[in-house]
Design a protein around this ligand. Structure first.
Ligand code: FMN
Ligand code: SF4
Length: 585
């Protein structure tokens, strides 16, 4: 069944929960019961969904609900951590809590995709960027005066996109309907062959052959097929899809419709990360426009039986929902726990039916290829990595923003172009990617060299790499979905070990311990999150051992202060005399 009435699909469980959270600032047990009855679902399922997503809360949040982005760029490199503390002081809120009068709550969230805009935060779900110490007293005053967020200075909410380099995708505007016309002129099999010959590989990170994915889905048994666009863009340091969704939304819709035509789907979904909810009206307007042009809906472009439409489902703050099987679970209104694979989504995807999941950039590239041909695309890039890649560059450089490069560009060239003059290291592909030191700056961005979904984080000489590893480790420990033990426990242990080292309590054995732990998390976890969560530590130990070893103690040091840990026991027994304390001499 197509959902053409309203792309927001208000009946979707996540949207119902978003609305409840917005209205009451939390989702109470009676609200869950009511929703369970409405949706004819067990209460336990509603409770599990509410508990899973970080944008839902079972305790009331403030009427002004503030979440600072704690990603490496905004939180650490651009000092967002200190800004959070400052605002908490000014509003007298304990970080991570709601003020007693219910006016305001201040906490943290993972990367909001605003890394090129300095420290940022979400206020009642809307991004405010370019924070600095000067802005905070104004924000505090607006909150104290209870000025509704829509009446705050409009300039604070402007998100400008800076594109510093355009290539194949960004410099070739696509005329709506052109890619589809190619299919009608050349035939479906021919266009599928063009996509395959182009060498297009997925831009979301894993780099699977797009033409092959479409073909596998097309050939999979079943009557109903789905096209899903992964617009979850949760990898810290990535914001290129944010830009594409705003400026190239029509090309995305075209690519999805092309895919639908090739695989025989009637329904598509865009899974939009909750942090990009502000883009929803813009995307809906774009979809309505295409419906009016006859490019979505029934008998598209007058072709009898070619029916397709696109709905948008808004996520709720869970990085794991970028993993395609977790995303499908979430689309189905469940917690985003990755499925056991195989079977893969191409045969058993949304509602168990054959489903293509592709990244935003992949769909746009596919639409361009249908218009310009495989040769046009392959002329850029390398033999194994055809075409171009959009990079989101942030951190210690003069010109953060979006850059489109042919695959094969060296990291040195990228650093030169963005004005990074004193980089000691670059994290390519976000915390899950690769940490590259100066000695490896001549390596290239390519699937068979340094592969990336688009995140490039630059660390200048002045930054402490251990602090960056801690930031990454905290991210994974927070975002692990908890389904499998190696990842659930391992990411916590990695985080604890790095915290211990940073606190000056790491022993000489910590090096080996991190290695062993890293290998277990990498090789024994269930999904891609766990497989990549320790990469940064393993890379760091190999390339920057001194960042760890210089902090280790040569003699045994307790991991925690035992005397302090026994304080509550002393309190309970009402003994706080000298003899009740441990002798630390
Ligand atoms: C933890 C995790 C997070 C992911 N996040 C994203 C994401 O935000 N966007 C994306 O396109 N792919 C993401 N992926 C990759 C998807 O699972 C999938 O490979 C991709 O959407 C397929 O599209 P593509 O072939 O066009 O790249 C993620 C994978 C993992 C393991
Ligand atoms: S590896 Fe981590 S994120 Fe993936 S299923 Fe296991 S616990 Fe969840």
């Amino acid at each position: 069944m197509m959902n053409r009435s309203n792309s927001f699909a208000p009946e979707h469980l996540l949207h119902r929960l978003h609305a409840t959270q917005q209205q009451y600032r939390y989702i109470s047990p009676p609200a869950m019961q009511q929703i369970a009855a409405e949706y004819q679902l067990p209460l336990s399922q509603i409770a599990a969904v509410v508990a899973f997503y970080s944008f839902f809360s079972t305790q009331p949040r403030g009427r002004f609900d503030i979440l600072f982005s704690n990603c490496t760029s905004c939180g650490y490199l651009a000092d967002g951590e200190n800004l959070l503390q400052l605002l908490c002081q000014q509003l007298q809120v304990i970080p991570g809590t709601t003020r007693a009068d219910g006016l305001v709550s201040i906490g943290e969230t993972s990367c909001t995709g605003m890394c090129d805009h300095g420290p940022s935060m979400l206020v009642n779900g809307t991004p405010v960027t370019g924070l600095n110490a000067g802005k905070l007293p104004q924000i505090a005053q607006l909150i104290q005066d209870q000025i509704p967020v829509p009446q705050w200075p409009a300039a604070w909410f402007e998100i400008s996109d800076t594109v510093h380099r355009r290539d194949l995708l960004l410099s070739n505007p696509l005329i709506p309907g052109n890619a589809l016309q190619q299919v009608f002129q050349q035939g479906i099999s021919e266009i599928l062959a063009v996509i395959q010959q182009s060498g297009l590989r997925g831009r979301g990170g894993a780099g699977f052959d797009t033409g092959k994915k479409w073909q596998l889905c097309r050939e999979a048994p079943g009557d109903t097929r789905y096209v899903v666009c992964n617009a979850d863009e949760g990898e810290p340091g990535t914001f290129k899809d944010r830009y594409l969704l705003r400026e190239y939304a029509d090309a995305l819709f075209e690519g999805m419709t092309l895919c639908a035509l090739v695989i025989g789907a009637q329904q598509g979904f865009i899974y939009l990360r909750g942090e990009y909810r502000y883009l929803l009206p813009h995307l809906e307007t774009g979809l309505d426009h295409r419906r009016r042009l006859g490019l979505l809906g029934v008998n598209i472009l007058g072709q009898r039986g070619f029916d397709f439409d696109i709905g948008i489902v808004v996520g709720a703050g869970a990085y794991i929902c970028g993993e395609e099987s977790a995303l499908i679970e979430s689309l189905e209104g469940k917690p985003g726990i990755p499925r056991i694979r195989p079977p893969f989504p191409v045969t058993h995807g949304y509602l168990g039916q054959p489903t293509v999941v592709n990244n935003v950039e992949t769909f746009i590239a596919a639409a361009q290829i249908a218009v310009h041909g495989a040769g046009w695309f392959k002329a850029s890039g390398t033999p194994t990595s055809a075409g171009t890649k959009l990079l989101s560059i942030s951190g210690d450089c003069r010109k953060p923003g979006i850059y489109e490069y042919p695959f094969g560009v060296t990291i040195r060239q990228v650093l030169h172009d963005c004005g990074a003059t004193d980089a000691q290291a670059v994290q390519i592909g976000g915390p899950a990617g690769a940490l590259i030191g100066v000695a490896e700056f001549d390596r290239t961005i390519a699937f068979d060299d340094v592969s990336t979904g688009g995140s490039v984080l630059i660390f200048g000489q002045s930054h402490d790499l251990l602090a960056i590893h801690r930031n990454f480790a905290h991210f994974f420990a927070h975002e692990s979905c908890g389904f499998c033990a190696p990842c659930r426990i391992g990411t916590q242990l990695l985080k604890n070990a790095l915290d211990t080292i940073a606190a000056g309590r790491g022993s000489i054995f910590a090096f080996d311990e991190l290695q062993k732990l890293g290998q277990i998390v990498k090789h024994q976890s269930h999904c891609g999150l766990g497989h990549t969560a320790a990469n940064h530590v393993l890379d760091g130990l190999r390339q920057f051992p001194q960042a760890f070893s210089s902090r280790l103690q040569s003699q045994f040091t307790a991991r925690f202060d035992l005397d302090q840990a026994l304080a509550s026991a002393r309190q309970i027994t009402r003994r706080d005399d000298a003899a009740a304390h441990l002798d630390n001499e």
